[in-house]
Design a protein around this ligand. Structure first.
Ligand code: HEC
Ligand code: HEC
Ligand code: HEC
Ligand code: HEC
Ligand code: HEC
Ligand code: HEC
Length: 314
């Protein structure tokens, strides 16, 4: 017969089993899985002498760059140059990336990407990035069918997409790259949890830093749904290439969701050094304004329309 005490014990064990990865540090770096005596808070906050709101030692992106920047030493992921180096004084075991290989996200100042697909890569300045310094931009495609080119005057920074404290999923669960279930300013109502990696791996697989064909496994489709919380109308199911969406701008759209093609098939998340020439260089933005030259490289993984060719005509 079950006593009250065994029932309580059972409930406690069940609750512990449900508790997200107790004792496991799934979010990497100083970004979560905090213990009762953690030192991590001091990496970013001051109790009495914060120089930025939220008691920060520095506002983002500067705060993030104190560890992730080109000349920093606090993190192996150098997101400014888009490269993985061993510089934080720790020898990760198992390893978390190939040394001196390009980071999956590309870079914010330079990247190590073989965008001209010649079998070799050298560090090149970026041609397009997601803004990360709060400069106002249009969140292309954000909003319902028929709502224009997108949400105007959005200030994007690192913390729009990443939660520095980790456990960024809807139920407080860790997510891939600390991605917020609901990105800031997206207006999304329901969150998208991008499943965290069982083991961290930050670099592309290609030995020549070829970014096209990088596999994201089953999270590819979650990442598309995640990007589409901000770029709502860039999400298009199979068949959308021949079905009128009813939107005057995003009318017929390449399929971008599900498992065959996703945002990550064509785009990187941070920045690219792909170059645009000929017909690819003055494609108008969704609001009709034009850019010239490589500014319109739109975070693409390959120069010009290499991404189309590599999938359709190989
Ligand atoms: C990697 C840097 C970093 C670390 C480490 C960090 N924080 Fe934060 N924290 C931030 C940033 C950035 C914000 C502002 C977030 C925003 O504006 O969205 C913030 C905001 C906060 C807030 C305000 C509420 C919120 O969530 O926005 C609290 C409270 C807080 N942090 C507590 C802590 C504590 C306690 C620790 C240690 C257990 C810690 N932080 C570790 C960067 C960090
Ligand atoms: C005190 C140093 C420090 C600061 C400040 C810092 N990071 Fe990190 N971060 C790390 C380390 C260490 C890692 C582990 C991977 C590595 O070595 O690069 C990491 C990993 C990450 C990851 C990958 C997490 C995962 O689980 O795969 C993201 C995303 C990230 N940081 C974003 C940020 C953002 C955004 C900020 C600014 C709000 C920031 N970091 C500030 C040290 C830092
Ligand atoms: C528009 C959303 C967005 C913004 C803004 C953004 N990130 Fe990321 N970040 C991502 C996504 C998505 C990934 C995963 C990329 C992948 O795996 O291909 C990522 C990956 C990372 C990683 C893992 C290494 C890599 O490059 O793949 C780090 C570290 C990181 N981000 C830090 C930052 C910092 C620091 C900033 C601000 C300077 C920043 N991010 C701004 C979305 C963003
Ligand atoms: C098949 C390749 C491909 C896929 C998949 C793809 N894109 Fe694009 N994207 C492009 C190209 C190419 C451009 C440059 C403009 C053009 O030619 O339409 C672009 C441009 C953009 C732009 C800039 C505004 C614009 O429309 O010109 C945004 C934002 C964007 N894509 C978001 C996304 C998101 C979010 C996803 C996933 C839901 C996605 N894209 C999937 C190829 C792709
Ligand atoms: C927090 C909202 C947010 C998320 C999440 C987000 N974006 Fe964006 N994106 C923006 C905003 C705002 C702009 C316009 C300002 C700029 O260019 O950074 C933009 C611009 C772009 C552009 C055009 C960049 C250029 O300058 O050529 C592309 C392409 C794009 N996003 C693709 C993606 C993809 C792919 C993802 C998912 C990995 C994604 N976005 C996730 C807000 C977001
Ligand atoms: C990752 C592989 C991949 C990439 C990259 C890719 N495509 Fe596709 N494309 C597909 C698939 C799969 C379909 C079938 C779409 C469907 O199910 O609706 C398709 C369909 C199409 C269609 C027919 C749409 C229709 O239903 O009428 C056109 C046109 C097209 N792609 C052009 C392009 C262009 C232009 C690019 C580069 C911007 C591109 N594709 C990049 C895989 C790809």
């Amino acid at each position: 017969m079950l006593t009250r005490r065994t029932v309580m014990l059972f409930l406690l064990l069940a609750a512990l089993a449900l508790y997200p990865s107790l004792g496991v540090r799934a979010d990497n770096g100083p970004h979560g899985g905090y213990t009762a005596t953690t030192d991590a808070c001091a990496g970013c906050h001051r109790a009495h002498s914060g120089i930025a709101a939220r008691l920060l030692t520095n506002p983002a992106p500067g705060l993030c760059m104190t560890c992730h920047g080109s000349t920093a030493a606090g993190a192996d992921t150098n997101v400014e140059d888009g490269v993985y180096t061993n510089r934080d004084g720790l020898t990760e075991s198992p390893a978390e990336g190939f040394l001196n290989r390009g980071l999956k996200g590309g870079g914010f100042l330079n990247t190590l990407m073989d965008t001209d697909w010649d079998g070799a890569a050298a560090s090149q300045p970026v041609t397009s990035t997601h803004t990360m310094d709060g400069t106002l931009g249009t969140m292309w495609g954000n909003g319902a069918i028929g709502s224009g080119a997108g949400q105007l005057n959005v200030a994007l920074t690192c913390t729009s997409c990443h939660d520095p404290h980790g456990r960024a999923g809807t139920g407080g669960t860790p997510t891939y790259r600390l991605l917020r279930a609901i990105p800031t300013d997206s207006g999304a109502a329901v969150g998208v949890n991008v499943t965290d990696e069982p083991a961290k791996w930050y670099t592309v697989q290609s030995a020549f830093d070829g970014y096209f064909g990088e596999s994201y496994g089953f999270i590819a489709s979650q990442l598309s749904d995640w990007c589409a919380q901000c770029h709502t109308r860039h999400a298009a199911a199979t068949g959308s290439g021949s079905t009128d969406s009813g939107d005057p701008i995003f009318t017929y759209r390449h399929t971008t969701t599900g498992f065959s093609v996703g945002c990550m098939s064509c785009h990187v998340a941070h920045g690219t050094s792909a170059t645009m020439s000929g017909l690819a260089q003055n494609v108008a933005w969704p609001d009709g304004t034009t850019a010239s030259g490589s500014e319109r490289s739109s975070l693409l993984r390959v120069d010009n329309r290499g991404v189309c060719e590599l999938c359709h005509l190989k």
